[in-house]
Design a protein around this ligand. Sequence first.
Ligand SMILES: [Zn+2]
Length: 109
Amino acid sequence: MPEPYWPKRRGSFRLSDAGAGAGYASIRCTCCKRQRYYAIADLLTAFGDMECDDVVRVTGLRCRNCDGNGALELKVGGPPRDMADVAIQRKIDRIFYVRKIVWKDKRGV
Ligand SMILES: [Zn+2]
């Protein structure tokens, strides 16, 4: 389940708005130029309906290729037609839910 998220501005462009027009968004590393295409439905599942600009800033996404040295940028839209065969799509494989226990002290047994 995604973390609770509240947009900072009214009328902001969210993932649900992007999903209505385009099915994909690309996230590109500015350092190593690696680019991956994500289905917007997957981004909605993972992060909830957040502003498109906040996806790379808030969610803690990092480039796996250069260990997070580069900044990421998100663009809405799929690959160009001539790149459709070689573009790499990243899909959700599994989602793990972590169960944390918080202990509380109480006097008397
Ligand atoms: Zn990189």
